[in-house]
Ligand binder design. Sequence first.
Ligand code: MN
Length: 305
Amino acid sequence: MKIVTSGLTFLDIDAYAGCVAYAELLNLQSEDAIAFSSATINESVTQTIRSWDVPFSTNYVPKDDDTFILIDVSEPDFLEKHVVIDRVEEVIDHHVGYEQFWDEKIGAKANLEFIGAACTQVYESWVKAGRFNEMSETSARLLVSGILDNTLNFKAGVTTDRDREAYEELLKLAHLPADWPALYFEECEASILSDLEHALINDTKVMNFKNLHVEKIAFGQMVIWDGKRVINEYRDMLTMTMNTQATDWFVNVVSISDGQSFLIASGDDVEVWAKKILDVSFENRLAHTDRLWLRKEIVKQDLLT
Ligand SMILES: [Mn+2]
């Protein structure tokens, strides 16, 4: 069986949707495949989305002859815990850094491109297979939501025309309400704020950076509608939560409504690093940017600096 899966610690809507829609495509092509993850499904998969009838397995244990398809992840140390790396047959991801690793392992079956959403790549796989008109309404709805989320309603710098085209085409099959973007992001924010600590931990990665003078930091991200409100009302809780995760940490509060990121640094080393790569100034460990930055864009910026 082909196990379509993603990362180790948490699953966002881009990964969740991409796994479900790609497994559906494989099933249509008479392949034995399921979408599976044992990771925590985060708040970007809203209660509304969870109420849809989504074929997604959370308790399957892979067998010795299973193979794996990775969606929305390619970092070898960050894969779903059941994945056996030598039995990965395909990777579809939009994060940078491990192109050469996968090229050497699986060649052309590694589809690694820096675009807005892995869901866009999955949509394109359907088109390439000539089966797009057979996609279920549920998969189309999921992919629409994954693209919206990962491109931040097309305001994120990672957004490409391919993401916009995929979204427009998927909308035709999705039959969602016209105000779905606002409904989706408001529901995400309400869910995050109802359990801020948990949401932040679920979207925190321990990472190292070329330009950073400490070995590693915990990098938390929160994508919400109104960042100013969250900073004003919840900053102490953000700080306390990150202090439980690591000595050195960084939080990126992504504010969709006003197109900014609010950045919080744990101390001097992290502040110096962020200043250097993002050209921002901090006051009392807090900075804000004049555009939206996603964590994966900050990773890229670090590599380019
Ligand atoms: Mn993604």
